[in-house]
Write a protein that binds this ligand. Structure first.
Ligand SMILES: C[S@@+](CC[C@H](N)C(=O)[O-])C[C@H]1O[C@@H](n2cnc3c(N)ncnc32)[C@H](O)[C@@H]1O
Length: 278
């Protein structure tokens, strides 16, 4: 019985950011693994963990902003790791950074990030993560007190430490991401990162030289006053998780707090913005 799984194929439109939300929800109800597909995601749950409420949860997720449909089938699981290895391809950013799973060969670039994402977001495959790594690459992070808000797998905090940032707080609202970040921090032998489970309520009386927040448009707009309040003078704020057409709304909000947009990167209509505090 243990190796009988139910495979769910979800079709999600538009695909982002609903895929991320769905993966987090499915993780909470016992799904074990996820493979992103062209139109959504395929997720697996052991048959003996399956409960009828799962379908209700998925139904609740449908909203005016996105639509999720699915079909499911029972499968006999043979070698899950082999499936995983087939589907998680290593990533390279600007020929300087490699992001890979422990079972991939090290391509020996300047920076080598090893991530076992399991159910968390943050393998470098997504445009937003890729662009945040590109921004970080260009910065001098030596001894910069850093916050990675919405850390997912911990990838950006880990890269910030590799570039000399310290101390670093990595925060995620999701318990799975918290656990996964702890594992990845250890896997990359990082010693300057504290991982916390929670949200912006953890930021009272905190101060940083650099804040990295790859979350989504609505959370960023909602919490911007708190993030910017934590930023030291001349500090840097990197934001991603939204589309090019959202720049004016985000910029109107961030500009209220004495920050100036210096530059941005765009990739497949996703953007990552760099702000300086005046
Ligand atoms: C787009 S992922 C980014 C992951 C990683 N930082 C990266 O760049 O690949 C966004 C993360 O933000 C987390 N998140 C969502 N809302 C949050 C909130 N209000 N406070 C903190 N984290 C949040 C999600 O659980 C998710 O792991």
């Amino acid at each position: 019985m243990d190796n009988i799984y139910i495979e769910y194929n979800f079709t999600i439109s538009p695909k982002e950011p609903a895929t991320e939300i769905l993966i987090a929800e499915l993780g909470n109800v016992g799904f074990e693994s996820f493979v992103e597909t062209e139109n959504g995601v395929t997720a697996y749950i052991q048959k003996n963990d399956y409960k009828a409420e799962i379908l209700e949860n998925i139904f609740i997720l449908n909203s005016e902003d996105f639509n999720i449909e699915y079909n499911s089938k029972e499968i006999e699981q043979t070698n899950w790791n082999a499936e995983w290895e087939k589907n998680f391809k290593p990533i390279q950013v600007d020929d300087l950074v490699s992001i890979r799973a422990p079972f991939h060969e090290n391509p020996n670039l300047q920076y080598d990030i090893v991530i076992e994402p399991k159910m968390s977001f943050g393998t470098g495959h997504h445009e937003t993560t890729h662009m945040m790594v590109q921004h970080l690459l260009k910065l001098n992070l030596e001894d910069k007190k850093t916050l990675d808000m919405g850390c997912g797998t911990g990838i950006l905090a880990i890269f910030a430490e590799m570039k000399g940032a310290k101390p670093i707080d990595a925060i995620d609202i999701d318990n799975w991401c918290y656990e996964n970040s702890l594992e990845n921090v250890e896997r990359n032998k990082c010693t300057n990162i504290s991982v916390h489970e929670g949200d912006s309520s953890l930021l009272i009386n905190k101060k940083y030289d650099l804040i990295i927040a790859n979350i989504n448009r609505n959370i960023l707009l909602m919490d911007m006053n708190i993030y910017t309040n934590c930023l030291n003078e001349k500090g840097i704020l990197l934001l991603s998780g939204f589309y090019e057409q959202d720049i004016s709304t985000i910029d109107a909000e961030v500009s209220k707090y004495n920050l100036k947009l210096e530059t941005f990167i765009e990739r497949n209509n996703w953007v990552a913005l760099k702000y300086n505090k005046l």
